[in-house]
Design a protein around this ligand. Structure first.
Ligand SMILES: NC(=O)c1ccc[n+]([C@@H]2O[C@H](COP(=O)([O-])OP(=O)(O)OC[C@H]3O[C@@H](n4cnc5c(N)ncnc54)[C@H](O)[C@@H]3O)[C@@H](O)[C@H]2O)c1
Length: 356
C-alpha cells in the first residue's frame, strides 16, 4: 500500500480480537490508532498504558471524537449493532467483526442505517478468510473456469471452544459466548462466506438440523449442520461443531465440485481434457500462512478509505453471509426449509455511466 495519509482509527472492544487488530495496526504503521474504547475500565487503562494511547473511552463519546475518522468494532457477536449504528450516525468509516449481528432484524437495521449514510463511508465486514492466500487462489481458479460449472460445495467450522466456558466477563460476570454464540452464525458463517465468495453465487434457501450433546454449557446447540441451495441450484453443506475432540481441520474442510475440476482443502484436481476422469490433486499455488491475516484485512480497509474504493467484504456482501446462517438457524428451529433474504450489490444496480 502506498499510504498517502495515515487514517486515524479508534478501536472499540479490547478483548482477544480487538487487541489483535490493535497490534496489527501498530505493526503495519499505516494508520494512527488515536483512541480506544472498552466498557471495562481495567482493560481500557491497561491497553492505553501498554500501547501509549491517551484518548480512552468507556462510552459513546468515542463516536463524537473529531480525532477519530474510522472505527474498528470488536465487541461480542450480539454487541456489534449498537457501536455500528453510532459510528454510522457519526459518519465514520467502519470495520466490523463477523458475524455482523446475532439476529436477522439487527443485520437489516445495520444495512438500512448504512444505506441512509452519506456516500463514501467504507465499511468492511471481518470475514478474514477472504485474505488467506490459498482461498484467494482457489477463487481465482474458479473464476478462470478451471473448475467448470460448480454444482456442489462443502465447508466446516470444526473448532473445540470448550475453553470459552471459562471466559467470564469480569465486569458483568456474564459469558456472552455461552449465552449468545450460535455456532452456525459465529463460526460457520466463515466457511459459508468463503463458498459464496469463491463461487460468486447467492444462497436462496436453507434447511438444517442440530444437536446439543458435546457442549451442554452453551445455550445454543453446539453441533449444527445445514444444506444451502444457491440461486442456480448449487448445493452446499456447512457444519459447525464447537466441542470436537480433534484439532481444527485444515482449510475449513473446503470441498468444491465443478464439471471440470475439484477442490479439496488446499489442493485442486483439474481435468486437462474432457476424457480425464481422475486428474491428480495438486497443491494450489499459494503461500501457506499460519494464523489469521489481520494485516491484509486492515490494509484492504485502509486502502478503501484512502483511495475511496470498495473493501473486499463490503457491508451488503458480509450481511448476506451472516443472514444466510441466521436463516439456517431459523430453519432448524422451525424444522422446515426457509427462504434466505438477500441484499444485492448496490454497484451492480447502478445504471451505467454515460458513454459506457
Ligand atoms: N474474524 C475472526 O476471525 C475473529 C476471530 C476472533 C473473534 N472474532 C470476533 O470478534 C469479536 C470479539 O471477540 P473477542 O473474543 O475478542 O471477545 P471478548 O469478549 O474477548 O472481547 C470483547 C470486548 O468488548 C468489550 N465490550 C463489549 N461491549 C462493548 C461496548 N458496547 N462498548 C465498548 N466495549 C464493549 C468487552 O468489555 C470486552 O473487553 C466477536 O464478534 C468475535 O466473533 C472474529
Amino acid at each position: 500500500m502506498t499510504n498517502e495519509r495515515r487514517v486515524r482509527v479508534g478501536i472499540v472492544g479490547l478483548g482477544h480480537n480487538g487487541l489483535a487488530h490493535l497490534r496489527a495496526h501498530l505493526g503495519l504503521g499505516l494508520s494512527e490508532v488515536v483512541a480506544l474504547c472498552d466498557r471495562n475500565p481495567a482493560v481500557l487503562e491497561k491497553a492505553g498504558r501498554e500501547f501509549g494511547i491517551r484518548r480512552l473511552y468507556r462510552d459513546d463519546a468515542i463516536y463524537a471524537d473529531p480525532a477519530v475518522e474510522a472505527i474498528s468494532i470488536h465487541t461480542g457477536d450480539a454487541d456489534h449493532v449498537e457501536p455500528f449504528l453510532k459510528a454510522i450516525q457519526a459518519g465514520r468509516h467502519i470495520l466490523v467483526e463477523k458475524p455482523l449481528a446475532n439476529s436477522e432484524e439487527d443485520v437489516c437495521r445495520m444495512v438500512t442505517a448504512a444505506q441512509a449514510a452519506p456516500a463514501g463511508l467504507q465499511i468492511q465486514v471481518g470475514y478474514i478468510l477472504r485474505f488467506n492466500p490459498v482461498f484467494v487462489e482457489i477463487r481465482r481458479l474458479a473464476a478462470s473456469g478451471a473448475l467448470g460449472q460448480i454444482y456442489y460445495m462443502e465447508g466446516d467450522y470444526i473448532h473445540n471452544l470448550l475453553y470459552q466456558a471459562r471466559q467470564t466477563d469480569p465486569l458483568t460476570g456474564r459469558n456472552w459466548y455461552l449465552e449468545n454464540e450460535i455456532p452456525l452464525v459465529g463460526g460457520a458463517s466463515h466457511p459459508l462466506d468463503l463458498l459464496r465468495w469463491i463461487s460468486g453465487k447467492e444462497v436462496r434457501r436453507v434447511m438444517g438440523i442440530s444437536n446439543h450433546v458435546a457442549f451442554p454449557a452453551m445455550t445454543h446447540d453446539d453441533c449444527q449442520v445445514c444444506l444451502f441451495e444457491f440461486e442456480d441450484g448449487t448445493i452446499a453443506k456447512v457444519a459447525a461443531l464447537y466441542a470436537p475432540r480433534c484439532a481444527v481441520p485444515p482449510y475449513n474442510n473446503l470441498r468444491i465440485y465443478g464439471t471440470k475440476g475439484t477442490i479439496e482443502r488446499d489442493t485442486a484436481a483439474c481435468a486437462g481434457t474432457p476424457d480425464e476422469v481422475h486428474p491428480p490433486f495438486q497443491p494450489v499455488a499459494a503461500e501457506r500462512t499460519k494464523g489469521h491475516p489481520y494485516e491484509a484485512e486492515i490494509v484492504d480497509w485502509l486502502e478503501a478509505i484512502v483511495q475511496d474504493k470498495r473493501p473486499r467484504t463490503p457491508l451488503w456482501d458480509g450481511a448476506n453471509s451472516t443472514l444466510a446462517t441466521l436463516a439456517a438457524v431459523r430453519a432448524i428451529r422451525e424444522r422446515r426449509a426457509v427462504e434466505v433474504p438477500i441484499f444485492r450489490d448496490p454497484a451492480a444496480a447502478r445504471p451505467p455511466a454515460r458513454g459506457q
